[in-house]
Design a protein around this ligand. Structure first.
Ligand code: FAD
Ligand code: SF4
Length: 529
């Protein structure tokens, strides 16, 4: 064997640098399913199935091309550890745990390729572990940059250099200019503005999205084929105690399906994506969102083709500028920005806890069994489908954990476990930074805190809830509202240094000592329950 080329589970891109210079007669592509990736956090069944189904389809497509694939599958009976045929030279450790690096070490000892080639892993600890194994094996190896992303580590570092504070908006404007996206001939932003966020805060009327004309269409579904069905059966058997369900599994897990999903979004939902981007409606998990994060994060889709398709739709008059700009901002702006923050701040980012939060994650996050209608809907949907849209993640599940004061690491582990699109480089900054303010302001300029009234304004959940979002105390008090005032009071001194919190703190100052004491007592009851 000349080159052993590693393809990780979130690197399913035939155009990636891993394939540069490939010689099918001498090189072998190496892919491995390892149990540890599903158990290091308590991964939901749908998340495990998405990765394995997509990997198996990718390997099958490579074999159809005539490439040599060394694929290590696991099944319902594969043990948690790896049997190492060369155990004596393995420091006496006959059965290393089923991690990626242990699996690779076994292959390297058996195959001794001339050189190992890999594209930079997306997760810090995986990158460190693989580098460690490759160094220890004494084999020549080469790590190539990940061309999927639109901003390299060097470009992000250049953007960050000399800035006291990072802000997504400034990064996004640079990205628009670097990549010439939504610019006019003079190089200015189309329409004269960089950002149309103010046009993107629509709410549904009393009839909800069902009353819209033209009607809301459900996203294109992808019925599991034989390969995927085998994965679903195996996951159901092997990970029976893991959270979530598989009976509605319909994610795009091949390149062809990902392209169909993109076309479906551009044709049927992009036009109203912007307007209803922040809206929530119970029982409606998709609304006008793209549902493309899974395909993007597995690298089945390239962000350039997603951005180009959206821009083309605007130029052809098929979607308004505010919708297209709002969507492109997510992919070209937020997605690249959070990756930049992750790589710039790891490994200590994972330990950040700026607000010193220490409460445990409520048990109902794993079951959806709560009398709070908004949380019941968001968590129930998450466990059923492996998905919730951004505002549900940020302003329902994330907000409640932040207000309650849950330990950020526990919140991070939950988000990493339950969402089908969860990979650490994007999940962690969103959770620790944007949602929990655990990084003290690297990601967000202030904590995203609001009372139950925000949820009432943006959704229909409160109408079907036993609580009243206007009340902070008493038996009908909305827990979000109680905990909102309690959060402001508990962190008043820290928040005072942030001018963007001034208005919220002025409102807090209007509460007298008696009201504050009642809120504190009610909040402590919520923490105990
Ligand atoms: P759309 O609403 O249609 O947005 C289009 C695309 O933009 C998405 O597919 C995604 O690729 C990108 N995008 C949008 N918002 C963000 C963002 N804040 N950060 C990065 N990319 C963004 N996204 C993940 O891909 N994986 C995660 O593990 C993840 N964890 C999150 C955890 C929390 C606490 C929060 C608040 C957000 C998280 N997000 C994560 C971001 C966002 O919620 C999802 O990308 C989005 O809901 C996916 O659904 P969609 O494809 O329909 O997105
Ligand atoms: Fe959620 Fe409070 Fe509204 Fe109930 S009243 S749905 S708990 S915000």
């Amino acid at each position: 064997m000349r080159h052993l080329i590693l393809i990780l589970g979130d690197q399913l891109d035939r155009r990636s640098a891993a394939f540069d210079g490939l010689d099918p007669r001498q090189d072998v592509l190496w892919m491995a399913e390892v149990a540890h990736e599903s158990t290091k956090v308590w991964s939901a069944k749908a998340r495990i199935a998405v990765f394995l189904a997509a990997m198996r389809h990718f390997a099958a497509a490579l074999r159809e091309e005539g490439l040599n694939v060394d694929y290590h599958a696991f099944d319902a009976t594969t043990p948690e550890s790896i049997a190492d045929p060369d155990a004596d030279t393995n420091g006496g450790m006959a059965t290393p745990p089923s991690t990626l690096e242990a699996r690779l070490a076994v292959t390297l000892r058996a195959q001794r390729p001339e050189r190992v080639i890999l594209v930079e892993p997306g997760e810090w600890s995986v990158r460190e572990a693989l580098r460690g194994v490759l160094d220890a094996a004494g084999i020549d190896w080469e790590e190539r940059p990940d061309r999927h992303f639109l901003c390299s580590h060097e470009q992000f570092a250049a953007h960050a250099r000399g800035r006291r504070q990072l802000r997504m908006e400034f990064f996004y404007r640079e990205m628009r200019q670097w990549h010439r996206v939504l610019l006019d001939a003079a190089g200015d932003p189309e329409g004269g503005q960089w950002n149309y966020d103010v046009d993107n805060r629509g709410r549904f009327g009393a009839g909800g999205p069902g009353a819209l004309e033209p009607p809301l269409r459900r996203p294109r579904r992808f019925t599991p084929d034989a390969i995927t069905r085998a994965v679903l059966e195996m996951v159901e058997a092997r990970f029976a105690t893991h959270p979530g369900a598989l009976n509605e599994f319909d994610w795009p897990i091949t390149r062809a399906q990902a392209l169909e999903a993109l076309a479906d979004f551009i044709e049927h939902r992009l036009e109203r994506f912007g307007l209803y981007q922040d809206a929530i409606w119970t029982g409606e998990p998709w609304l006008f969102h793209s549902r493309l994060s899974v395909a993007l994060n597995l690298k089945l889709l390239d962000p350039r083709e997603v951005i180009d398709a959206a821009e083309r739709a605007w130029r052809a008059g098929r979607a308004p500028l505010a919708a297209v700009e709002g969507f492109i901002r997510q992919v070209l702006g937020w997605r690249e920005y959070v990756r930049g923050v992750y790589w710039q701040s790891m490994p200590d980012y994972a330990q950040r806890n700026a607000l010193q939060a220490s409460a445990p994650l409520p048990a109902f996050y794993w079951t959806g069994d709560t009398d709070m209608a908004c949380l019941r809907d968001a968590i129930g949907q998450t466990l059923r489908l492996g998905h919730a849209h951004h505002i549900q993640r940020l302003m329902v599940t994330g907000l409640y954990a932040l207000l309650l004061g849950v330990e950020p690491r526990a919140v991070h582990e939950w988000y990493l476990a339950v969402y089908v699109d969860a990979v650490e480089w994007v999940e962690m900054p969103n959770t620790l930074g944007m949602s929990q303010y655990a990084d003290g302001g690297t990601m967000a300029s202030k904590p995203y805190v609001a009372s139950g009234k925000y949820i009432q304004r943006m959704s229909n959940a409160c109408a079907g809830c036993r609580y009243d979002p206007a009340r902070a105390t008493g038996p009908k008090a909305c827990p979000f509202t109680t905990l909102y005032w309690d959060f402001l009071a508990r962190h008043e001194t820290t928040l005072r240094t942030n001018p963007r919190m001034a208005m919220q703190l002025r409102n807090l100052a209007r509460l007298d000592a008696e009201a504050r004491a009642a809120i504190a007592a009610q909040a402590s009851g919520l923490r105990e329950r």
